[in-house]
Write a protein that binds this ligand. Structure first.
Ligand SMILES: [Zn+2]
Ligand SMILES: [Zn+2]
Length: 279
């Protein structure tokens, strides 16, 4: 029944509950496999990423849970790793050498023209404010910087799944309604999808905001191109709360099917397999 999720946070980062609570809820809802992916350490402390000194405990806690729940669910360990710059990203030796089952690559941070790092993965009101303060209110340049960062991340590789590929779309659309229909925006998104396809990465359909904001990342208008480019997709809830592990999954699977995408990627006994959508 495609009861899987490979993007889940925990109290090691900004997730709101211990790792075991997510596992328990996934078991309770009959999930076949579940992946833990806290925010990887950055070279500076934040309130939403884990610290490097916590990584050993993170891996240890996972090992114990995997063993404890081995008869109930397949558990996998990952990290959601930021593409910060050419040195700090999923391809870095540090992340490559960690014993992870897979890696998610995401962009949450942009540099402003003073070199300050700005978190653009925020509320739409906060994004609008940051656009004025940090980016001279230049939405087009900011969006294009975001896409060029994603392109650099995909070029460099070192990860398996592209995290919430067009997350800026919602905030950008708040600042300028209809912006995602602009020719330059479409060109940026199409360029990204073409590169993801060329590099053979998997891409998640992120359902975290579906019930709150009514959008997937990437959202439905992109699904037909995703199909044409044969990009392997998976549906992830990016849950920060145990009760949301399954949030938006059925809706995303339905939307994929409606767009003619009939399979999703799932981990089965440690291998990524293309599975039919059973919805
Ligand atoms: Zn993220
Ligand atoms: Zn996440």
């Amino acid at each position: 029944m495609n009861l899987t999720n490979y993007h889940s946070h925990t109290s090691f980062c900004d997730g709101r509950a211990p790792m075991e609570d997510f596992v328990k809820e996934a078991v309770r809802q009959g999930f076949t496999s579940y992946g833990i992916s806290s925010h990887a350490p950055l070279p500076f402390p934040t309130h939403w990423t884990m610290e490097k000194e916590d990584v050993a405990a993170y891996l240890e806690e996972f090992k114990n849970l995997k063993n404890e729940y081995k008869d109930k669910i397949e558990l996998y360990i990952s990290l959601e790793i930021d593409y910060l710059d050419e040195y700090n990203n999923p391809s870095a030796d540090y992340f490559q050498n960690l014993p992870l089952d897979y890696r998610i690559g995401s962009v949450h941070l942009l540099n402003d023209d003073k070199g300050e790092i700005v978190d653009i993965d925020c509320s739409k009101e906060n994004f609008k404010e940051k656009l004025e303060i940090h980016f001279n209110n230049d939405l087009k340049a900011t969006v294009l910087t975001y896409y060029s960062k994603l392109m650099s991340m995909v070029e460099l590789g070192g990860f398996d799944i592209v995290g919430h590929a067009d997350k800026i779309a919602y905030n950008a659309s708040f600042c300028q309604p209809g912006v995602t229909e602009e020719v330059w925006y479409q060109k940026a998104m199409k360029g990204l999808l073409a590169l993801i396809s060329e590099k053979g990465c998997m891409m998640e359909i992120n359902t975290k905001a579906y019930h709150k904001l009514g959008v997937f990342y990437p959202d439905v208008p992109n699904f037909s191109l995703i199909k044409d480019l044969h990009i392997p997709v998976l549906v992830n809830s990016d849950s920060h709360y145990p009760e949301l592990v399954n949030d938006g999954r059925a809706e995303a699977l339905q939307a994929l099917k409606a767009a003619g995408i009939n399979t999703v990627m799932e981990l089965v006994a440690g291998k990524w397999k293309e599975m039919p959508i059973f919805i």
